[in-house]
Structure formats: C-alpha cells, structure tokens
Ligand binder design. Structure first.
Ligand SMILES: [Zn+2]
Length: 207
C-alpha cells in the first residue's frame, strides 16, 4: 500500500508501468497481494491510491486482480459500458484532485454486453438512457467499418468497444476542466485501455 510520500513521487508514466507490471503478474498467475486483516486495519488510517480506473460492470473483469492491486492501491469506478457521466467525472475529480491519484484509465473490454445491446438498440427501463451514451460510438464505427455492422459480428463489436473508450476519454477532456488542467500541467494523464477476456492482457491505447 502506498504512503503519501510514495504517491507524491510517482509520475503518470510510472503508474502506467506499475499497472503493466501488475497485469503481467495477473497473466502469469503470480498474484501475491492479499488483503489481510492487517492490511485492512492499516488502510483505515488513510489512502493514497495511484490511479482511478473506470471499468465496465462485466463480471469477467476483476479490476484489482487484473492489475495485481489490493486495498488502497487504486480507485475503481464501474458502470456498464464504462460510460462517463457527471457523477463518474465527480468521482474521478475526487480521486485525482482531492486524493492525489496520478492516472485516469478508461478501460473497455471485448465482447461487451452493454456495447452489443447498444448496437441492437435495446430499449428497456433505465437501460435505454445508459445505452444512449454508447450510441455515438456505434454511429462512428458504422461509418468506418466495412463488414457487417451487427452485434453478432465480434470484429464490429470490438471496433465499437475501442471507439467507445476513445470517446469517453474525449468526454473527460471536454466535461472536466479540472482533470484537463491537471493533465496539461503534467500532474496526471488520462488514457484509454482495452482488457482482453481471453488472455487477461490490458493494452494501453496510444502507447
Ligand atoms: Zn462490458
């Protein structure tokens, strides 16, 4: 678990490296971080996490494990389709501005059920409004993609997942002046990433 000093000495690029190393441990079945009672008690005194990860709700993406992290290491926000809204932005601002996190990651994944539902134009209860936020990614992908633009086509779903992550990163820049400014001054970085359900590997986009 990080101390205030250790957190303050981290750079956004170093945090990406640490997360990549943690992901290597996950892929190679080397998870050793245990959230023991002692660690729980120690964490109660304060928190200095290194990053905030926005992930999909998907049960197959265990975010802390994926980065070999435990209690106190990362903030995790989860919502179907890893979409950004004002409350998510507020949570990211808390993580970075108030608690010193150095990196914002929007992490999508392939075969995403929320993305497939957006492609299928599912309309049901509160799901309708949520999927509305994914629609721009579907529209952009349809303009780019040459093959069949259906949820049954994994290649198309994959493109929509990628573009959705990119658009959510843009949303953060557009709608959080606080985070944008922090990125401009080098205090934080805001990056996209994709989690591969088959290999367990996280690919940081634009790296
Ligand atoms: Zn998903």
């Amino acid at each position: 678990m990080l101390t205030a000093k250790e957190q303050s000495e981290l750079t956004p690029d170093r945090v990406i490296e640490i997360l990549q190393q943690g992901n290597e441990d996950f892929i190679n079945n080397r998870l050793t971080v245990k959230n023991t009672t002692m660690r729980v008690r120690k964490a109660a005194n304060g928190q200095y996490p290194m990053a905030v990860i926005l992930s999909c709700l998907d049960s197959r993406v265990p975010v802390e494990d994926v980065f070999h992290c435990g209690i106190g290491d990362i903030f995790v926000a989860r919502v179907a389709g890893n979409i950004v809204n004002p409350d998510i932005l507020g949570s990211m601002e808390i993580a970075c501005k108030l608690f010193g996190a150095k990196l914002v990651v929007v992490m999508g994944h392939g075969h995403c059920g929320a993305i497939k539902s957006a492609i299928d134009n599912v309309e049901l209860g509160n799901i309708t409004g949520l999927l509305q936020k994914i629609k721009p990614a579907v529209t952009q992908s349809k303009a780019l993609f040459k093959g069949e633009t259906k949820s049954s086509n994994p290649e198309f779903v994959d493109i929509v997942c990628h573009i959705n992550v990119e658009l959510m990163v843009n949303e953060i820049h557009k709608n959080s002046p606080i985070l944008k400014k922090m990125e401009e001054t080098g205090e934080i970085k805001i990056v996209g990433a994709m989690y591969d359900l088959y290999s367990g590997k996280v690919e940081f986009l634009g790296k």
